[in-house]
Design a protein around this ligand. Structure first.
Ligand SMILES: NC(=O)C1=CN([C@@H]2O[C@H](COP(=O)(O)OP(=O)(O)OC[C@H]3O[C@@H](n4cnc5c(N)ncnc54)[C@H](OP(=O)(O)O)[C@@H]3O)[C@@H](O)[C@H]2O)C=CC1
Ligand SMILES: O=C(CO)COP(=O)(O)O
Length: 320
């Protein structure tokens, strides 16, 4: 089964490198100059420097080269997914499309699978998610991820085809749970980064992770996820990774908020839009999601860190 990756950012490049161990991979970039540079220099100097692209990877800016593959991995940021799909809707029709992004679309409140279903109705959608830093995957370090697909047969096929020497895939048919585990943990990572950045300590981080996880589960159940899905790689696993490592951009963004320092606006930080989406949906549904709402306000500059702390600590006491 041939594989192409659409989107040559950090994650798309890392996945292409890992999959190259299974055979030829096409890595598509929307930027022709960057594609040429990567193909010639065998390095993605912009998004994933200091890692060599194996010879099995063809980097191209010609979408026809990519859509000739059986399976297409979509490695673009969540808020860009719809535009990327719509731009190439004709050639993506009927394809197996595996979203690799983590987030909730702000304009619609939908996750990546639903966005694929809306834009390319006859595509066969799946999702690859879970705890993994692009750098780790690209360096061949062991990683375990979740492959989610509502079609059980396709789920098994993709699990087999996309597993590599260092990338072990588990499968689930709970696409809603898988989507939300990956999306919501980024919101909590921003909150944890802010707490550590502001010097609030590891105990505060543990409290935020635990109570944040309770919010993630509450939200996911409301949206129809299976109760156990978020206990796996896509929920708890990714929460632990992202809330505790400075390799995470969401966590680093939070650190800067906590330290009152600027953050590079060109860096992809999925949790900012997702926090807003999550807080708005929760408010409309009457769900109690204080950490998510606070992270949304903090990320968008409505709250300062001291205000955020006071808001969370001064709430009425309750049962756990
Ligand atoms: N990095 C990581 O460790 C991990 C990332 N992910 C997820 O993967 C997704 C992508 O993240 P990541 O690769 O790190 O992000 P990056 O910021 O490194 O790269 C994003 C890529 O998407 C491309 N892109 C943006 N908009 C479009 C579009 N409309 N059409 C085509 N390409 C587009 C960008 O192209 P250009 O350079 O031209 O702007 C860029 O190559 C995110 O949802 C993230 O949460 C998941 C697990 C790990
Ligand atoms: O999703 C990730 C780890 O699983 C990557 O996290 P960041 O997007 O915060 O860098």
């Amino acid at each position: 089964m041939s594989v192409a990756v659409l989107g040559s950012g950090a994650f798309g490049t890392a996945l292409a490198i890992s999959l190259a161990g299974n055979g030829p991979v096409t890595l598509w970039s929307r930027n022709a100059e960057q594609a040429r540079h990567m193909q010639d220099s065998r390095e993605n100097t912009v998004r994933l420097p200091n890692v060599t692209l194996p010879d099995e990877i063809l980097v191209t800016a010609d979408i026809q080269d990519a859509v000739a593959s059986d399976v297409l991995l979509l490695a673009v940021p969540m808020q860009k997914l719809r535009a990327a799909l719509m731009e190439h809707a004709t050639v993506l029709a009927g394809k197996t499309l595996v979203a690799c992004c983590k987030g909730i679309e702000l304009s619609s409140g939908l996750g990546p699978i639903s966005v694929i279903q809306q834009t390319i109705p006859d595509a066969r959608p799946a999702l690859l998610t879970g705890p993994s830093f692009a750098d780790d995957i690209a360096r061949g370090l062991p990683t375990a991820l979740t492959l989610a697909c509502a079609d059980g047969d396709l789920s098994e096929t993709l699990q087999t085809e996309l597993t590599t020497a260092n990338l072990r895939l588990y499968r689930t048919t709970d696409v809603i749970g898988a989507e939300l585990g990956g999306a919501l943990k980024n919101v909590m990572a921003i909150g944890c980064g802010a707490a550590i950045g502001a010097g609030l300590g590891d105990s505060a981080r543990a409290a935020l992770m635990t109570r944040g996880f309770a919010e993630m589960q509450r939200f996911a159940l409301m949206r129809g996820a299976r109760p156990d899905t978020l206990m796996g790689l896509t929920g708890l696993g990714d929460l632990v990774l992202t809330c505790s490592s400075e390799l995470s951009r969401n966590y680093r963004f939070g650190l800067c908020l906590g330290r009152n320092r600027p953050f590079d606006s060109q860096t992809t930080v999925e949790g900012v839009a997702t926090a807003r989406a999550m807080a708005d949906i929760a408010a409309a549904e009457g769900l109690d999601m204080p950490i998510s709402a606070t992270v949304a306000d903090l990320s968008h500059g409505t709250y300062s860190v001291p205000q955020a702390i006071q808001t969370l600590l001064n709430r009425p006491l309750k049962e756990e």
